[in-house]
Ligand binder design. Structure first.
Ligand code: WTA
Length: 648
């Protein structure tokens, strides 16, 4: 009988004795954090990782920033790979190709070490030096991790770009980051077809001085086979040197390059993987996130490897060729920790409930959710059908900016409560505030912010944009821009973004970026993107476009695909006469959002063009007759109390 890690106690789920016994997070960890959290991080960092030189100051806060393990020296790749060479045959990476007929590959730590050294030598040969930016535009194949680790080894800064982003999106990120080398692949497999990634890569770098390294997908996992062994010494890095750059979406049309520091990122990636997922040599983790997102960075690559565990890298989609593909992989690869996004779970719940009955998945110990709020129904489906009521569902809250998970229940501590992301990781302190940084009473909605001393992996800067970095802080608080409620026990419920960022199928997108893409079409006067709730994808973008001239829906959608990628394409496009605006010219997204959801649009008296609202309402209802019951918008209705949109 498979071990039971969770049991019901009153309204909650709590860890069993077995879960407590297996827990790598000591039972007194919260107590130690409460006593002195800087001291705790210092002890953890010292005990858990290999440092080339000890630090002189565990935490330092200055007028223009902060630092962790200041003066200390280490190498991220050394910690993730070299130090496990005493266990050389341990599997580091399990690569599962999309094609069921192509055999999975098992790459040991020793093999990984050899390949990372080869990749590091290749990067050096192409002229990459410490501090240089390397763009990585690769699918989910072992080389994605190998080249990331190779960058870390030589002190280069990798900027991984999601392989489903378009050539335009890649170009913007290469230009901003100033990468001189781009690593890509000739193709990858998607639903049985070859996606020719290199073509997009070529398009992106046309006219630029960028050296290209191409991985032949047919040889992935064996790219360097037959080459004479080389050893590249790991570069000794300062703790506060920049480890990596990852572009993410914000409120403006331009993605921002989030910078992470070597020491803090390594320590937090290591400890969250150890304490949240109980990772150690022999444990198999499958984080389904693509390497192009922070979740893939931290929990498909660095976190498991820093702990000497095994990471599953899957090239395909979890429901191809059949909806039980991911359950097959869990069974075949004996996955212990399965970490995914609510979107995927909603899809599985829809298609795969019957399949789930066929699979025992007895290797599973911990289930994790990330990327968007998980509703109770999806949480329970995950718990019952995948975990078979044995495994905790750990809802982890975090962001590209926090580098690693920051709010969750630990598997040996609990409790696990549907719709609660629960408590901050020991050593980290978030709370709920108003926009000005005044604490909001417990139980009331506000904005999630972090109090200093900031978490070790927190963003250190926005690439070439100091001003944008400063905007993250409200006084001394780091503003996460998520709405949240904290209850009297310090447990958080995350309600969704407080800004114009939307999470579409767990992918972070900026409404402004999509708007800019559409604005680029000749004949478009202006466009607004609003997030609409969706049963499967959480939120989908909907476009309201004002034009002069004939523009088709295909053109609008096509432009978004060209500029960003298919993930950002609007689910619906409305061509409108006018876009509701205030007298000061601000677009009223909340009015459009209300119309899309069949809700009362509230007070529109402050609009300069209230007459357009009922026209848009009629257009929305023509597409969605089910929304018709709502009364017409009354311009004298009471204000809804939400502030106007920030843009324009
Ligand atoms: C959202 C992904 C609710 C949130 C790691 C955050 C969540 C944004 C959760 C960051 C969760 C992430 N519950 N919402 N457990 N986890 N989010 O940068 O809005 O791609 O700000 O990082 O995802 O998205 P990002």
């Amino acid at each position: 009988m498979a071990t039971k890690y969770v049991e019901k106690k009153g309204k909650f789920f709590v860890p069993t004795k077995a879960a407590k016994e297996e827990s790598l997070a000591p039972q007194d960890i919260y107590k130690r954090a409460k006593a002195d959290r800087v001291k705790l991080w210092g002890e953890l960092a010292r005990d858990g990782l290999s440092w080339a030189k000890p630090w002189s100051k565990t935490y330092e806060q200055t007028s223009n920033g902060f630092g962790w393990f200041v003066g200390g020296k280490l190498n991220l790749c050394y910690n993730a790979v070299d130090r496990h060479l005493n266990n050389p045959d341990q599997t580091a990476i399990i690569f599962v190709p999309e094609d069921v007929n192509e055999k999975p590959q098992y790459i040991s730590y020793f093999e990984l070490y050899k390949q990372v050294n080869q990749a590091a030598a290749l990067l050096k040969e192409k002229g990459v030096k410490k501090g240089d930016v390397v763009a990585i535009y690769l699918p989910m194949i072992p080389e994605a991790l190998i080249f990331m680790l190779a960058c870390a080894r030589i002190g280069a800064i990798h900027s991984v770009v999601f392989s489903a982003f378009s050539a335009d999106a890649l170009k913007t990120r290469i230009e901003d980051g100033g990468a001189k080398v781009l690593v890509t692949a000739n193709y990858y497999s998607r639903k049985g077809k070859k996606v020719e990634l290199e073509k997009d890569a070529d398009k992106a770098i046309t006219g630029m001085q960028v050296t290209k390294i191409v991985v032949d997908r047919a040889k992935s996992g064996k790219m360097f086979e037959g080459k004479a062994d080389v050893i590249v010494k790991p570069e000794v890095m300062e703790s506060e040197d920049i480890a990596l750059l990852l572009y993410t979406s914000g409120t403006t049309g331009k993605p921002k390059g989030v910078m992470h520091a070597v020491g803090g990122y390594t320590v937090q990636a290591y400890y969250t993987s150890r304490f949240v997922f109980n990772l150690k040599p022999g444990e198999v983790m499958w984080c389904t996130a693509d390497i192009g997102w922070i979740t893939g960075h931290t929990y498909a690559c660095y976190g498991p490897l820093l702990n000497g565990a095994t990471t599953v890298i899957f090239e395909g989609l979890p429901n191809h060729p059949t909806p039980d593909r991911f359950m097959q992989i869990i069974e075949q690869q004996k996955v212990n920790v399965f970490y995914t996004a609510p979107t995927a779970l909603r899809m599985f719940a829809l298609e795969g409930s019957d399949y789930a009955k066929k699979y025992k998945m007895e290797s599973l110990k911990i289930l994790g959710s990330v990327g968007e709020p998980i509703d109770e129904k999806t949480w329970m489906w995950f718990f019952d059908n995948i975990g078979k009521g044995r495994c905790p569902v750990i809802d982890t809250y975090w962001q590209t900016e926090t580098g690693s998970a920051v709010i969750m229940s630990l598997p040996g501590h609990g409790p696990f409560i549907p719709t609660y992301a629960a408590v901050t990781f020991p050593g980290i302190e978030f709370d709920v505030f108003d926009e000005k940084g005044k604490k909001v009473p417990n139980g009331k909605e506000g904005i999630l912010m972090e109090k200093p001393p900031y978490s070790p992996a927190l963003i250190r800067g926005v690439w070439k944009n100091e001003e944008r970095y400063k905007k993250y802080f409200v006084g001394k608080l780091y503003n996460a821009e998520d709405n949240a409620i904290m209850d009297k026990n310090g447990r958080f419920r995350i309600l969704g973004r407080a800004d114009d960022v939307i999470k579409v199928a767990g992918h972070r997108l900026s409404t402004a970026e999509i708007e800019d893409a559409i604005d680029g079409l000749k004949g478009v006067v202006e466009a607004v993107i609003v997030g609409k709730n969706d049963a499967l994808r959480g939120v989908v973008p909907v476009a309201f476009v004002k034009t002069k001239g004939d523009i088709t829906e295909e053109q609008v959608v096509g432009k978004v695909i060209e500029r960003i990628g298919p993930i950002a394409k609007p689910a619906e496009v409305y061509f409108v006469e006018d876009i509701p605006k205030t007298r000061s010219g601000k677009m009223m997204r909340r009015v459009l959002r209300a119309l899309l959801h069949g809700e009362d649009a509230g007070n529109i008296m402050t609009l300069i063009n209230p007459e357009c609202v009922n026209k848009i309402k009629a257009q929305v209802e023509a597409k969605h007759p089910e929304l018709k019951n709502v009364k017409p918008v009354d311009s004298k209705a009471a204000p809804v109390g939400k502030k106007e949109d920030k843009k324009k």
